[in-house]
Design a protein around this ligand. Structure first.
Ligand code: GSH
Length: 243
């Protein structure tokens, strides 16, 4: 199976959760949005997927995965599909549900991280909502980051398979996504993360372990990994990082 990923070409964004799974799973995939436009890629290729799917199941927003005849969107939904196929999530129902539950909680957290710089409207620039962003970021740092990170740290601490993984005894898509969240927060809120580090040692260790996995390390060192920037979900605006 040659998977096709459709995602905006200049940001990690939500597409990154899918890229990490495909990379770690050793999948054969094309990141279509990153192909040149004259080779059928770029933003037009992504936009075309949002027009009208032949089977009427048109996706609302990227990331979108094309797997044979299937067109799948919603990050957690794509990972629910890929996990067992890439041997990154066990096949039993209880494990799949738990992985999906954690993935949806990560999606909630990611949205709140995004809303620190866009608290009023996606359609406005950050510069048009700076006072509101400052208030939202202050609340995120004070209350929401500790609540979410505290929860994920507890998931690691109470995992019957040990605190090296979110689920069971081996790496899953949830570990990869957790890595991406910590990497993103480290980029966006370095001062806050440095201050909080000792409270979330297991998450910090998980981040380090995932980063060193051979396939992930090769991916991170490659041009396939788009650097963090101020167009994506995790943006570094020093004035918002008043932790
Ligand atoms: N819940 C969806 C959110 C998808 C989403 O918001 N995609 C962004 C790019 S990261 C987008 O293009 N959204 C367009 C919109 O919300 O109108 C997911 O997790 O995949």
């Amino acid at each position: 199976m040659r998977y096709e990923l459709y995602y905006w070409p200049h940001i990690q964004g939500r597409g990154e959760f899918i890229r990490l799974a495909l990379e770690e799973g050793g999948a054969d995939y094309v990141d279509v949005g990153r192909l040149p436009e004259n080779e059928g890629g770029g933003r037009p290729a992504v936009a075309r997927m949002l027009e009208k799917a032949a089977d009427g199941r048109t996706p609302y927003a990227p990331p979108i995965l094309k797997a044979g005849k299937l067109l799948i969107s919603q990050t957690a939904n794509i990972l629910q599909y890929l996990g067992p196929r890439l041997k990154l999530v066990a096949k039993d129902e209880a494990t799949r549900l738990w992985a999906h539950q954690l993935q949806l909680t990560i999606a909630d957290f990611v949205l709140e991280a995004h809303d620190t710089h866009h608290p009023i409207a996606k359609s406005l620039y950050y510069e048009d909502q700076k006072p509101e962003a400052a208030r939202r970021a202050a609340d995120f740092i004070k209350l929401r980051m500790p609540k979410f990170l505290g929860y994920f740290e507890r998931v690691l601490a109470t995992n019957p398979g040990g605190d090296q993984h979110m689920i069971g005894k081996s790496l899953t898509t949830v570990d990869l996504s957790m890595f991406q969240v910590i990497a993103g927060l480290d980029y966006a809120f370095p001062r806050t993360m440095a201050r909080l580090q000792s409270d979330y040692r297991r998450l910090a260790t998980l981040h380090q372990h995932v980063m060193k996995r051979p396939r992930i390390a090769a991916y991170l060192a490659s041009p396939r990994r788009i650097p963090f920037n101020e167009r994506g979900i995790f943006r570094h605006y020093p004035e918002l990082d008043q932790g």
